[in-house]
Design a protein around this ligand. Structure first.
Ligand code: ATR
Length: 274
């Protein structure tokens, strides 16, 4: 049995053990996957301890993704771009030194696969992304790679959106600013702020959405977020982040085990469990 885990703080409500256990059963992989709370001041120690006891890889969630990024010996190109790591593994195949710590990020690919699953067109789309923190930085590369007509970042702190847009300007038509500068219409609006957690809604104009637009919240829960309710009332089709969670997990599983699980039954089971 190969051992994997998810590190976070807090971590007790994580769905990742259930998701990866379902993937393992489906693909016949002999793995064990648990949730581990790492101390806020010693993530590196928690990872070292886990690998010393035979751990082969891990997922990393809030607030350790940047720290995980810093402890890797080797980074995937997309993790380097994101400045964060959500997937750690020992001895990535093909590397000359088998003991090296390899870091990847699967959040962005998870978002794009979920949008594809829901048949949301990205090529040629006018995309607005709300927020300019770590969660948004992690998804910009695959969104831009999908070839949108434009990608606008709007954030409470305008300077952070501007800086983020400048960082990714080599990849496409990207711009950033404050909420007050936003002018629609957009085909896809993605909420990557943590405002939903507080039940807050960013101040946005009423005519944000184009006909047939999609509103996506990276958060999810048993009940719709404030943002998704607001968007539905203005005619957008609402999607929450549950599918992104399952798809990023599937991509991590693939990095560890070279097998792609079928995410459909896992999506459905997870939705029923909320
Ligand atoms: P994460 O890892 O979730 O991205 P983060 O890096 O702390 O966390 O970023 C949080 C994001 O949510 C930021 O874009 C933040 O806006 P600021 O950069 O202006 O702080 C945004 N955010 C948090 N609470 C918010 C609120 N109540 N209204 C609007 N935006 C909010």
């Amino acid at each position: 049995t190969d051992r994997y885990c998810v590190f976070g703080n807090p971590i007790s409500h994580s769905k990742s053990p259930a998701i990866h256990t379902a993937f393992a059963q489906q693909t016949g992989e002999d793995i064990e996957y648990v949730a581990i709370v790492a101390p806020l001041d010693d993530f590196a120690g928690a990872w070292r301890g886990f690998t010393a006891e035979g751990g082969r890889g891990a997922n990393v969630t809030v607030p350790f993704k940047e720290e995980a990024f810093r402890l890797c010996d080797v980074l995937s190109e997309r993790a380097r771009r994101a400045g964060a790591v959500n997937t750690l593994l020992l001895g990535k195949n093909g590397l000359s030194h088998d003991f090296k710590v390899y870091g990847d990020t699967t959040d962005g690919v998870g978002l794009v696969r979920d949008l594809q699953y829901h048949k949301v067109a990205l090529g040629g789309a006018r995309i607005l992304v709300l927020g300019a923190g770590g969660a948004v930085r992690g998804v910009l590369e695959p969104l831009l790679a999908a070839g949108p007509a434009s990608l606008t970042i709007a954030n409470r702190t305008a300077s952070k959106a501007e800086a983020l847009a400048a960082d990714f300007s080599d990849m496409g038509a990207i711009s950033g600013g404050g909420f007050d500068t936003v002018t629609g219409p957009f085909d896809l609006v993605i909420n990557g702020t943590s405002a939903s957690l507080a039940g807050d809604l960013p101040p946005l104009p009423d005519d944000l959405f184009a006909a047939g637009a999609t509103a996506y919240d990276m958060m999810y829960g048993a009940e719709s977020t404030v943002f998704l309710r607001w968007a539905s009332e203005r005619g957008a089709c609402p999607l929450d982040g549950l599918g992104m969670l399952v798809e990023q997990a599937a991509e991590s599983f693939f990095q560890w085990r070279s097998k792609r699980p079928d995410t459909v039954p896992v999506r459905e089971a997870l939705r029923r469990s909320l």
